[in-house]
Design a protein around this ligand. Sequence first.
Ligand code: GDP
Ligand code: MG
Ligand code: ZN
Length: 260
Amino acid sequence: MILENSAKGQKYFHHQDSHHPHRHTGSATPAISVQKSGTREIKVVRRVLDVNEKMAEENRRLFTQKGVFVLNVMSSPGSGKTTTLEKTLIKIMPEVKCAVIVGDICTTHDADRLATTGVPVVQVNTDAFGGDCHLAAHVIEKAAGGLDLDDIDLLIVENVGNLVCPAEFDIGEDSRVVVLSVTEGEDKPVKYPLMFRECEVALLNKIDLLPHLDYDKHKAIEFIHQIHPDMPVFEISARTAEGFDPWIKWLKGRIRDKIG
Ligand SMILES: Nc1nc2c(ncn2[C@@H]2O[C@H](COP(=O)(O)OP(=O)(O)O)[C@@H](O)[C@H]2O)c(=O)[nH]1
Ligand SMILES: [Mg+2]
Ligand SMILES: [Zn+2]
């Protein structure tokens, strides 16, 4: 792992996930009954996730001890995570002291964008040795080491753009949010059920585009609730900031529940 400074001064590092064979089982609790790849692979996958669980619990203990609420933000590439976070940060600071860890395979583009809001940002690049498509707990532990946790109430993690395996890796967060944009089609919740089952709340983004699309918003919400009944869904436009107030209220409530 190489810690460097990006063009605009925020920290970033390349990450080699040496104990991750980069295989995913498609389940948060890989079952021994998944026999297709042979017993040996199943054993490996189980061990990797066990190691991750332990590390995630250590992270969770540290974040709780430091009074930090951690939000893990996930979605497919381009649904609007970074834009949503830019607007969220503007609305929630300085009342809530924030920091961001952002994961991408390459580039510091998102870190550069988020740093303009004035928050401390750590960029994780997973490209150097295989380009991991998710953030694992030990990566978060390293990245958090570059932040002053005593001075942070809310740590936001923008995960690598991917609707599949980020949902399998506990990073020690308090809450998970999935961003789904109206340009992705209504059926993504039923195609990627683990993500929607594992997240606490969904942000339905880019609603400013609805007049231009044949998108059935009610159908999308119905699909979400088919996978995760009663999941709160906030309809937002990260472009115009429409619909942000209920989302910000929800987030502040969750932070207050943890750190007072
Ligand atoms: N029209 C519209 N475009 C958006 C919205 N949110 C994000 N975008 C655009 O979608 C693209 C991807 O956004 P970005 O935040 O980088 O997505 P990420 O890959 O999930 O972080 C960019 O061109 C954004 O300007 C929105 O609410 N409405
Ligand atoms: Mg982004
Ligand atoms: Zn992955």
